[in-house]
Design a protein around this ligand. Structure first.
Ligand SMILES: *Cc1c(COP(=O)(O)O)cnc(C)c1O
Length: 433
């Protein structure tokens, strides 16, 4: 399989190059040159398959020529070690719990797979890489844990100082070893700008072997398809059209869902569920894509003002607003509406939502008012990650899971950093020399 840049379909590279570079030199995003269709037999076997088995079959065509079958099978078994239960809240209303991995958020799927792919490529080539990531909260900890102690890879995580939760910060900063963290005096957009600038800084790219690990890396994106397949296999009522509601920020998760559909998954419709950063819902309403500075919300992993994966979605929909609208509906909710939804789910279903899942749930409920469908919303983070906010609404204590408890007695290892590029670059040299 070859991968092309969304800025220039003529520019194609192999998987290893796409994974190492993250971002093509022309600043587009890598996309697979073809989207293979899965055989009908795959879908009849689906309900009995495990996540690693699904991962192997879905990802196989995308790594062909780069990773042999036996190695891919092993990578899937090592990456997808935790369950993704489908909880039934009501008739035709399911929560796909993607938060049972080590950092309690769905980003574990992509981060763990990508780490093992890069580890695999480096083991065969004597390469050294530095993974550079900007995070608004959850990417950082997923990447840190995914790459922890992987040889020949350093990780540097940038996050906006004071704008991630204490638990999120603990999960990123208490590992040590090959994991470094920079607390940037600025916003998530500042972090993203620094990272994007670094990736076109030849000096840094060459000296450090820079690569990205946020949702723009193709090896993060592709494995996110597998839980759409898994959920579809588990849903009881497939007579009705199946709809997925995706709480979205940078739109990697939704892009993976649309890719899964193109591979043959019978999804009738997608819902782009946003917080106040409603860039894509606004695009669906007006036909105009207008990035804006991000605003802070209680669903902070979705506080993205210029979603990177929008260009991939456009490529998948042939740059047509009409096609985009035919498959995706947009909804956006305020923090108060998010809290209200958390409270209602507690009362009505005795189910604890986190703020991100709550937005997905509310959007799905709104969509279901006008369409008789089986709906699945993605629960992207464990509610304990937003403990204060959620407990304040439900009035009930959330038990702290073991992976979080372990971080509570460890020291945070943090380097502070200004939001201008020169200061950032100086810190980077210092950290890695
Ligand atoms: C990253 C994240 C999202 C947004 O996912 P995208 O792929 O960036 O759209 C939603 N919820 C949580 C908890 C996240 O960490």
């Amino acid at each position: 399989m070859k991968y092309y840049s969304t800025n220039n379909p003529q520019l194609t590279v192999d998987l290893e190059t796409a994974v190492r570079q993250g971002l093509p030199a022309d600043k587009g995003l890598y996309m697979p040159q073809t989207i293979p269709r899965l055989p009908a037999g795959f879908f009849s076997r689906l309900p009995g398959m495990t996540l690693p088995q699904i991962g192997f079959e879905v990802l196989r065509p995308y790594v062909q020529g780069g990773v042999p079958d036996e190695d891919l099978r092993l990578i899937c078994e090592e990456a997808f070690t935790f369950p993704a239960p489908l909880s039934k809240l009501d008739r035709g209303l399911y929560s796909l719990e993607l938060y049972h991995g080590p950092t309690l958020a769905f980003k574990d799927f992509g981060a763990r797979f990508m780490a093992r792919m890069l580890g695999y490529f480096n083991a065969h080539t004597q390469h050294q890489n530095t993974v550079l990531v900007a995070t608004s909260g959850d990417t950082g900890s997923a990447v840190a844990h995914g790459f922890y102690a992987v040889e020949n890879v350093n990780v540097v995580i940038l996050y906006p100082q004071g704008k991630v939760s204490d638990l999120q910060e603990r999960q990123m900063t208490t590992l040590g070893k090959n994991i470094h963290t920079l607390a940037v005096a600025g916003s998530f957009d500042d972090c993203q700008r620094l990272v994007k600038t670094a990736f076109v800084d030849e000096e840094l790219v060459t000296a450090l072997g820079l690569t990205s690990a946020n949702s723009i890396n193709i090896a993060r994106l592709l494995p996110q398809m597998l839980y759409y397949f898994y959920a579809y296999g588990q849903v009881e009522d497939k007579q009705k059209p199946v709809v997925f509601s995706v709480p979205s920020g940078n739109y990697g998760n939704l892009t993976a869902g649309v890719l899964a559909r193109r591979m043959g998954l019978p999804v009738a419709h997608f819902i782009a569920a946003a917080n106040a950063n409603a860039i894509v819902p606004a695009y669906l309403a007006t036909g105009e894509f207008k990035p804006r500075p991000s605003v802070e919300t209680i669903s902070n992993a979705m506080d993205v003002g210029n979603p990177s994966n929008f260009v991939r979605l456009q490529a998948l929909f042939g740059h047509s607003v009409a096609k985009f609208r035919a498959f995706v509906s947009g909804y956006s909710y305020s923090d108060d509406q998010t809290r209200e939804t958390i409270a209602q789910a507690q009362q009505k279903y005795n189910y604890v939502l986190d703020p991100h899942g709550a937005i997905g749930c509310r959007a799905l409920q709104a969509y279901k008012q006008g369409a008789d469908v089986t709906g699945v919303f993605l629960e992207t983070a464990h509610p304990v990650k937003f403990r204060q906010e959620v407990e304040a609404v439900t009035g009930k204590a959330i038990a702290v899971p073991a992976p979080i408890q372990e971080t509570l007695h460890k020291d945070k290892l943090i380097t502070q950093c200004g939001a201008d590029y020169a200061a950032f670059k100086a810190q980077l040299w210092r950290l890695l020399s």
